[in-house]
Design a protein. Structure first.
Length: 167
């Protein structure tokens, strides 16, 4: 009952329906990140633009015709001062799964599609980053084969979080 397909202009609304999943996870504990209303607008615009972006490779999983997850990447930029990005690398920028679709292998199936596309296009590596306090990401990314290259040792809780409800 799950269909996986590459996102294009026809999937704009489907992508947009998943746009809030990551930031809504981040405003919860133990991350407690602030997401201001104007940032939500920017997030929605960014997700909608993925549908037309020829430099992005994004896949969406649909269950019974409804979008339940998405994953995607851009070709990673290689630079002399970036020791963490090898040549022939993609950078995962989008990964979100609705709560009701988690734990059933949908994210792993999406990752297989995304990795297969990257390999078919000559890429050998993938990187991403996540907040270690995002417990979902800290569990999912290692299960998809990612290994931490470094940890940031910073903890700031924005005092504006007191008014944020996260939903």
């Amino acid at each position: 009952g799950v269909e996986i397909r590459r996102a294009g202009p026809a999937e704009r609304d489907a992508l947009l329906s998943l746009a809030d999943l990551i930031w809504q996870q981040h405003v919860k504990g133990p991350t407690w990140a602030v997401k201001l209303p104007e940032q939500v607008v920017d997030t929605h615009q960014g997700w909608a633009e993925l549908a037309d972006d020829k430099t992005a490779a994004v896949w969406i999983a649909f269950e019974h015709g409804q979008p339940v997850a998405a994953q995607g990447y851009y070709w990673a930029e290689v630079a002399d001062d970036n020791l963490l990005t090898p040549e022939k690398c993609v950078h995962f920028t989008v990964a979100a799964t609705r709560e009701e679709a988690r734990g059933r292998g949908i994210g792993r199936a999406l990752a297989r599609e995304v990795f297969s596309h990257a390999i078919a296009n000559g890429q050998h590596y993938a990187n991403t980053d996540w907040r270690s306090t995002n417990l979902l990401a800290s569990r999912v990314w290692p299960h998809l084969g990612f290994h931490p290259a470094f940890n940031r040792l910073v903890r700031r809780i924005d005092p504006r979080i007191a008014w944020a409800k996260g939903q």
